[in-house]
Design a protein around this ligand. Sequence first.
Ligand SMILES: [Zn+2]
Length: 478
Amino acid sequence: MRRALASLCAVAVWLAGCATNPATGEKQFSLISEGQEIQMGLEADPSIVGSMGLDPDSGRQRYVRELGLRLARVSERPNLPWTFRVIDDPVVNAFAVPGGHIYVTRGILAHLNSEAELASVLGHEIGHVTARHSVTQMSRQQIAQLGLVVGTVLKPELSRYAGIAAQGLGILFLKYSRDDESQADRLGLRYIRRGGYDAHRMPEVFSLLERVSQASGGGRVPEWLATHPNPGNRRGAIEQQIAALPAESLGTVVNRDPYLRRIDGVVFGDNPRDGFFKGTAFFQPDLRFRITFPQGWATQNQRQAVLGVSAQQDALMQLSLSEQATPEAAAQAFFAQQGVRGAPGRGSIHGFAAAGGAFSALTEDSTALAGKVVFVAYDGRIYQLLAYAPQPRWSAYAGVADQAIASFDRLTDAAILAVQPWRVQLVSLPQAMTIEDFARRYPAPVPPATMALVNNVDPGTRFGSGTLVKRIVGLPLP
Ligand SMILES: [Zn+2]
């Protein structure tokens, strides 16, 4: 595909853009100018930050930003408006958006073990940007769709559910080709060498990601591997490149301990303060409410909404915040939407003022929906509880949806209100010990295999006295 585009360059040079890429030296054909690319990134970045959230630790943000900028400045596109952010997400992931916006999750930070490894991840992502991998894949239509990242298609509130945001972001997470991956690896290697980092740490990152992938039982592939496929042997390929380089050009900086000190205290795994499920019961300790979704439904706690989907995937329920000041105003606004019919009334749920009722709606593609929406005032906020299905299927769900909506209540369980996330905590070993000894001596809410994983060592590995080792601290969910 890439090759075909390159030969197209010759005849299409008068079109929008055919230029030699400064990083790869290849002729590249793109409908997107650098100015558009930058604009695209500037528009996407707030959407990503808004929908995924940032790690609240400003010291960690600054550390990653400064490291990223050092590497970007030695790249072939130093003048892009580069940003480097830590996303508040437990999955092991890193990704880049055209125009120079790069994101690493707190999940990948918890698993990396040195600044050189982090530099390898950032260098690889910088490589995707300097080589314009996403940009060359995008069509004009996709660019147009980017405007929808936080927009809506269906107009009514209903559309909020429809995963529009996820679809918009999905465009940014195009799966890279095998060639793109190899090229980003090569460029990443170039940048970390220019930054003085020990290139031998880069293959370590591939091992780590493989371990994380294996540990998740093949079920939950780390996101990084999902968008950055590993069809060939990337580790082997990069090791060969390193072996072919003069030893003195490889850099020596590893910065293991300084890196570990930066991630001391980072949240590990899902943060229950963001809300969590036990079965289909959902608890939100910060907002102090609970609600129980219908039995057997699949559930998901997203940043801006809590979702439930019926087993047949033909009915949906969503809890989110309304921007209106009162339940009545929120209900009025909902029922005033084009295509929405119904007569809202007033009531209460567990003593909290509520307004809403049954509705029917026509989507823009003329699908008839039926459902129920209730807005409830609780603790200074207006919550929207919305359930719906295609019109012919609704009668099968109206009963369980009613029950679920009526289950919204204050959260009073003291243990749940006080729940805290697990965190990475550094231990300076008082004496030499194996990772198994370590796991016994420093109990954790995760199995010893996970302790080996986050320290990127094999079971049986022995640490010397004074070594900094990560442990996970925290309690099981109440
Ligand atoms: Zn990649």
